[in-house]
Design a protein around this ligand. Structure first.
Ligand SMILES: [Fe+2]
Length: 300
């Protein structure tokens, strides 16, 4: 997939994520099973993992929240970074430029703000890349599908899904991919809104918050092919981890994936064959089902 930075005033990719974890030891084992490569620790004491030539994509912080601490959106260039900040200011939303945090994250410039649900977001450009230290997975995995399309996607649980979707679309400049209006029980429809900012079908999706749900429902990591998914499924099953959804193919992004429970309680989706959005021809749609086949789960 080739990346596409299509909008002048829009974020370009979900570039990194910070997670607060109560058990870094369990996460070390879990990360290895996923095929993540340990990187240099962060100056803030975080444990960092690589997925490609970027110095890091996932940071773990010792924190009992067991949830997302921050999500970073890469704006690609200074011009787009400034254009997005102008768009945010025009919307009357506060964003704070933070040179110190930029140094900690290892990016050129950074500004922080929160989404309508209080999820800390970081907008930036110029991440540190280390191609002289090639990515090498601890598993027989050639690569993750990242590049300009970012690290993957996250599904966030929102108290007011419509307000959150409007924020990501109208303020950060993501575009609607489609919706899934999923009937969880007779008469109970759960709306899921999917938004893209590059060729990846969605970098973020918005779900309504359930009782006791975390900020993040799941983090998706994409690998090149079905064998990479199958080998990972074998590994997590052999380790006795909970498969929260069985292998299946999603209806909208066509991803073939399974879901595994992380040591922090939320889920990781691990998949392949996610479709690439061609913005010139893309049309939005409503789906009635989450999956074409599979993805059986005991609980949402
Ligand atoms: Fe997903």
């Amino acid at each position: 997939m080739n990346g596409a930075w299509n909008e002048e005033a829009a974020v370009g990719a979900l570039g990194y994520i910070g997670i607060g974890v109560s058990s870094p030891e369990k996460w070390a084992d879990f990360s290895a099973l996923l095929g993540l490569m340990p990187g240099e620790p962060g100056p803030d004491g975080s444990i960092r993992y690589r997925m490609d030539e970027c110095a890091w994509r996932i940071a773990l912080h010792a924190d009992d929240i067991d949830d997302c601490l921050y999500a970073g959106f890469d704006c690609g260039t200074q011009a787009r970074f400034e254009a997005v900040l102008a768009r945010i200011a025009k919307a009357g939303i506060a964003a704070t430029r933070d040179e110190d945090l930029a140094r900690v994250r290892g990016v050129m410039k950074l500004a922080r703000l929160t989404d309508p649900d209080g999820v800390p977001l970081e907008l930036y450009y110029g991440p540190r890349v280390v191609p002289e230290q090639p990515f090498r997975s601890p598993q027989p995995l050639s690569r993750f599908m990242t590049g300009a399309n970012g690290l993957g996607h996250v599904i966030v649980n929102a108290d007011d899904p419509a307000a959150s979707a409007a924020f990501y679309r109208d303020v950060l400049g993501l575009s609607l991919s489609d919706r899934i209006l999923f009937e969880a029980a007779p008469g109970v429809v759960i709306p899921l809104t999917f938004l893209h900012c590059n060729e990846r079908h969605h970098s973020i999706a918005i779900a309504p918050r359930m009782p006791d749900s975390k900020r993040v429902h799941h983090l998706m990591l994409e690998v090149p092919g079905i064998d990479d998914v199958g080998f990972a499924l074998d590994r997590v099953m052999a380790a006795g981890l909970e498969i929260s959804a069985t292998l299946g193919r999603h209806s909208n992004d066509r991803m073939i994936s399974f879901y595994v429970r992380t040591p922090s309680g939320f889920e990781v989706e691990y998949g392949c064959e996610g479709l690439a959005v061609d913005r010139a021809t893309w049309t939005v749609a409503d789906h009635a089902s989450i999956s074409v086949w599979g993805h059986r789960r005991e609980r949402i």
